[in-house]
Design a binder for this molecule. Structure first.
Ligand code: 13P
Length: 253
């Protein structure tokens, strides 16, 4: 069975003390509730990655960044590089979140470069894709996601792609309280898995973890995750409260 995962994207939230408290609660939970085939990842703001990797070391809580630079080093004020993250024991990075695409002008070309940079430094990308509401309403959602993947992670070779996790996050569901229905999520996840199988092979498709993100919470996680192609969630708001995030983890298959 492929790994079932909940990943918490904290976005730009939490003070240092709040971050410390949340990581503490999650470590305490995970250390007493180890589960094969299931993993919990947190993606706190970059400033707290050191805190998180320190507290999570030798536990089954894993730490990811929310973003990384497509450049390796040099005069890029304000940026954080893949080698820096790797040197802080960060194992994952979200890449291509729709908020990065919308507010920070990240396009497919930049995202393809970020994915390559992450892989070069042994950071596993959690690669986000997903359509806008107008794109869904005009029936273009499958084509939009295909194009986002074709232009980025589908350019990798099969061995490289083996390190990719996909997160399907319909933009209209993010932070809106209006999650995709389980049927909508399953349709897209099955489609993505079919594309992976066509691009690479059945085995790679079968092994790829595909997360759902967008207003996933403690109340709807179980139904969403019960779909055969939904392997867990990338959680925003509900990852900020330990109790809710833990409930979502417990909803994994
Ligand atoms: P919400 O769970 O707050 O809708 O956010 C989802 C998300 O963007 C995770 O990356």
């Amino acid at each position: 069975m492929r790994t079932q995962i909940v990943a918490g994207n904290w976005k730009m939230n939490k003070t240092f003390q709040e971050a410390d408290d949340l990581v503490n609660e999650l470590v305490e939970f995970i250390e007493t509730n180890k589960a094969a085939h299931r993993a919990m990842i947190i993606c706190p703001p970059a400033l707290y990655l050191e805190l998180a990797t320190d507290m999570a070391r030798d536990t089954e809580l894993y730490v990811g960044a929310q973003n990384l630079s497509q450049f390796e080093k040099g005069a890029y004020t304000g940026e954080i590089s893949a080698p820096m993250l790797a040197s802080m024991e960060v194992e994952y990075s979200i890449i291509g979140h729709s908020e990065r695409r919308k507010y920070f002008g990240e396009n497919d070309e930049m995202l393809a470069a970020k994915v390559r940079m992450a892989l070069k430094h042994k950071i596993d990308p959690i690669f986000c894709c997903g359509e806008l509401l107008v794109e869904r309403e005009s029936g273009k959602h499958l084509d939009v996601v295909k194009s986002q993947l074709d232009n980025t992670v589908f350019k990798l070779d099969p061995v490289e792609f083996g390190n990719i996790m996909i997160a399907y996050e319909p933009v209209w569901a993010i932070g809106t309280g209006k999650n995709a229905t389980p049927a909508q999520a399953q349709e897209m996840h099955a489609y993505i898995r079919k594309l992976i199988s066509e691009k690479f092979n059945d085995q790679i498709a079968d092994n790829t973890t595909i997360l759902y993100g967008g207003s996933c919470n403690a109340a709807n996680a179980k139904e969403l995750f019960s779909n055969p192609d939904v392997d867990g969630g990338l959680i925003g708001g509900a990852s900020l409260i330990a109790e809710d995030f833990i409930k979502i983890f417990q909803a994994l298959k």
